[in-house]
Design a protein around this ligand. Structure first.
Ligand code: ATP
Ligand code: NMN
Length: 272
């Protein structure tokens, strides 16, 4: 069954929602779609803090690597963890880049498309799509926790999934002027954990240096690992955009899957 018609019908609602979110002085986290109205409470566990696996990405466009990161985190992390819910999260600001490629409405439409194609594999856990205005993980975590505490009195444990290139930037001092990395990340790691996947393109020595470093050791037990299949490791949004520009639609489909590829083609995204 194609999810495209349902997502295309969402455009006016999403446009209004994102405009209101953008102009609100106070909102810094909002959900656009959930598979269960009680998200994040749809899992089997009934006691303890609900655990939410969060895939934060620019989704420019969503790829099958993003899908693999989320599904493999839910199935086998080291150490093994039971999750109650999952969240695809998009930030309207990025820590390093100016917005380019596509606007927020198309990004969220593609995220919702990806979410609908994954929902049955994630079930019985609840899956949501959300947006935040924050670029740094420390601020994203705070916004999500604050929002859930005010709307549902739930205090979940957040697990941020990221590739090695991103965990290197989470621990980079350039994002925390006026303080040390350990001080800046202390409150974040008190309530959240990180699940990290190796990423093609990161130099071996840089990876070895990072894992042996004092800063990551400071948060021992708060950083887990996940492996994704070989074929997903080399996929990236950049490669998908380049394949669109070359008009190689089979390659685009191999990187992003059938439905997102169709959306990108129909909407004329990334063509120039
Ligand atoms: N193939 C992959 N292997 C491991 N981690 C990945 C992979 N693709 C994306 N990630 C991770 O997923 C998160 C979101 O990725 P992001 O949105 O930056 O995708 P991207 O493909 O790197 O995008 P772009 O090519 O536009 O820079 C990041 O933490 C990134 O490290
Ligand atoms: N120190 C940090 O918290 C930090 C550093 C770099 C990127 N990020 C975020 O990671 C996500 C992925 O970033 P890229 O799209 O640049 O790969 C974005 O939301 C970005 O803002 C966070």
């Amino acid at each position: 069954m194609s999810h495209l018609p349902s997502v295309l019908a969402r455009r006016p609602i999403l446009t209004a929602l994102l405009t209101a979110f953008h102009s609100s002085g106070s909102a810094d986290f909002a959900l656009t779609y959930t598979t269960a109205p009680t998200w994040p409470l749809a899992g089997a566990r009934t006691n303890g803090a609900p655990r939410i696996a969060i895939l934060d990405s620019s989704f420019n466009p969503p790829t099958l690597a993003h899908r693999a990161l989320l599904l493999h985190t839910l199935r086998r992390t080291d150490p093994p963890t039971d999750f109650d819910a999952a969240l695809l999260l998009f930030s309207t600001t990025n820590a390093d880049k100016q917005p380019s490629g596509t606007g927020p409405v198309e990004r969220v439409m593609m995220m919702e498309l990806a979410a609908r194609t994954m929902a049955s594999e994630i079930s019985p856990r609840a899956l949501a799509v959300g947006v935040t205005k924050h670029a740094r993980f420390v601020d994203k975590a705070e916004a999500i926790l604050r929002s859930l505490a005010s709307s549902s009195s739930v205090t979940p444990e957040l697990y941020f999934i990221m590739g090695l290139d991103t965990i290197l930037r989470l621990f980079s001092p350039k994002y925390y002027p006026g303080t040390t990395v350990v001080q800046a990340l202390g409150p974040f790691f008190a309530r959240s954990k990180v699940v990290c996947a190796d990423r093609a393109g990161v130099q071996e020595e840089e990876a070895v240096r990072f894992w042996a470093g004092e800063e990551v050791k400071e948060f021992d037990g708060r950083v887990g690992r996940v492996e994704i299949p070989e074929e997903a490791r080399e996929l990236s949004s950049t490669r998908a955009r380049e394949a669109v520009r070359r008009g190689e639609w089979e390659e685009v489909e191999r990187i992003v899957g059938k439905e997102v590829a169709q959306f990108v083609k129909d909407e004329g995204l990334y063509a120039v």
